[in-house]
Design a protein around this ligand. Structure first.
Ligand SMILES: Cc1cc2nc3c(=O)[nH]c(=O)nc-3n(C[C@H](O)[C@H](O)[C@H](O)COP(=O)(O)OP(=O)(O)OC[C@H]3O[C@@H](n4cnc5c(N)ncnc54)[C@H](O)[C@@H]3O)c2cc1C
Length: 395
């Protein structure tokens, strides 16, 4: 069976959530420390995800996928974020690429077939937007498609491509051709089997070690049908920008929730030891849970807004400054609140949380949490918001 049907029916969202919970508590958590220690790809988790057909969760049912929407995908990322933030991040980054294809490439028979093949073979997709000399500015590229008839060649100096060597394909941003302006960009799918990777940077980092985000000079070749048939500016505003920020925000929320859970375990433990007097840390626990509540509240508001716009088919709304600012706000707030929440959880858990080898260690949580603000630097995002704040109309 090449699609997500169980017998004569598609599996339900509830069944998928239960499956992800089981895999999270099982294979994902079991290998999380080793993935982090060795800065290696979470191969056991992804073998299990492929077996469970989770890489095609967002592909429409008409092409054999589960047809989940963004709100449902956010829930899956939040669950995975509780067990291993690197695994959750790789899953989220893959789904961002799938969303770009589902929302912008289905008018092309090439991409319809590609997504059907993704369902069958559970292809893993990576992304190369960041470029040497440009950094995280998504709206300009130095490299461009070198066109020769219907074929292209592309060379990109990419300082960071997560799990490039484990992926089946990479969606790359570049100029439409070598003479095009830096902002006249396209989004092209290149197959890793047909690429050359010359490593230019390693990935021995503080956190998100399992994303294996080394840098490469990427040399690719292909046919022009591999270019998504929509301007990258449209793909970015409708899909890549909002999907990235709500999926990342979701997995960071899972990471924060897991730290609060460890803090609660520590408070319960202290209470059992001395039931006559509530531990001082119970008040701290109450405070940190309020922060988690706010983080989730802002995130869910943003997810609801974005899902509503997608359901309402109102394409103009995605370029609206108010929507862009709120989408940036969710990234800014979640990426900074996760650090605050994990830090406060450490104060509650105390020295046992500080140890690397304790069952309530928060070491990986803290290191991963600090990566969130750097994934497209928060100051860069605040800079964009500052410009839009002045130009936007008050509602
Ligand atoms: C775990 C992880 C995985 C990643 N995976 C990928 C991937 O798969 N593919 C990919 O393409 N990229 C990936 N990235 C790269 C990421 O998305 C950013 O592009 C990259 O971190 C560079 O960000 P930056 O240029 O915004 O800022 P930095 O390089 O962090 O910027 C350095 C400094 O310059 C300042 N700065 C730079 N430009 C501006 C500006 N215009 N306005 C205000 N301040 C500015 C920043 O505020 C900061 O202080 C990953 C990053 C991480 C952390």
């Amino acid at each position: 069976m090449s699609d997500s049907r169980q017998g004569s029916r598609f599996r339900t969202y509830t069944e998928i959530v239960e499956l992800v919970e089981t895999l999270g508590k099982g294979v994902v958590e079991q290998h999380a420390s080793d993935v982090d220690d060795k800065a290696r790809f979470p191969e056991e988790a992804f073998a299990a995800f492929k077996e469970a057909r989770l890489l095609s969760a967002m592909v429409p049912q008409s092409l054999g996928g589960d047809g989940l929407n963004i709100k449902q995908l956010c829930k899956l990322c939040e669950i995975l974020g509780q067990y291993c933030a690197s695994t959750a991040m790789v899953y989220a980054m893959h789904q961002i690429q799938v969303a770009c294809l589902v929302n912008h490439a289905l008018t092309s028979s090439y991409f319809q077939q590609y997504l059907a093949d993704l369902v069958e073979h559970q292809y893993l997709l990576a992304s190369a937007t960041t470029e040497l000399g440009i950094g995280g500015d998504l709206r300009s590229s130095i490299c461009g498609l070198e066109l020769e008839g219907d074929n292209f060649k592309l060379v990109k100096q990419a300082p960071v491509i997560s799990y490039a060597l484990n992926a089946d394909a990479i969606l790359v941003t570049c100029r439409a051709n070598t003479d095009a302006a830096a902002s006249d960009q396209v989004h092209v799918l290149v197959k890793t089997k047909k690429c050359e990777f010359e490593q230019i940077a390693g990935w021995d980092t503080l956190g998100f070690r399992g994303t294996c985000s080394s840098g490469y000079t990427l040399t690719a070749a292909g046919h022009v049908e591999q270019v998504i048939p929509a301007p990258f500016a449209t793909i970015l505003s409708k899909s890549m920008h909002p999907v990235s920020h709500v999926l990342w925000g979701s997995l960071w929320t899972g990471l924060a929730a897991s730290a609060v859970k460890k803090a609660r375990q520590a408070v319960r433990h202290a209470y059992r030891k001395n039931p006559d007097m509530p531990p001082v840390t119970s008040l701290r626990l109450s405070e940190v849970d309020e922060l988690l509540f706010s983080m989730r509240g802002g995130l869910y508001q943003s997810i609801e807004e974005y899902q509503g716009l997608l359901d309402g088919d109102c394409d103009d709304a995605f370029t609206n400054f108010g929507f862009s600012i709120r989408t940036n706000n969710v990234k800014l707030r979640c990426s900074e609140m996760v650090v605050d929440i994990v830090g406060k959880a450490l104060m509650i858990v105390g020295i046992m949380g500080y140890k690397n080898d304790s069952p309530v260690s928060l070491s990986r949580h803290i290191r991963d949490a600090y990566g969130a603000a750097l994934m497209v630097n928060n100051d860069r995002i605040r800079g964009h918001n500052a410009t839009m704040q002045i130009a936007m109309r008050d509602s």
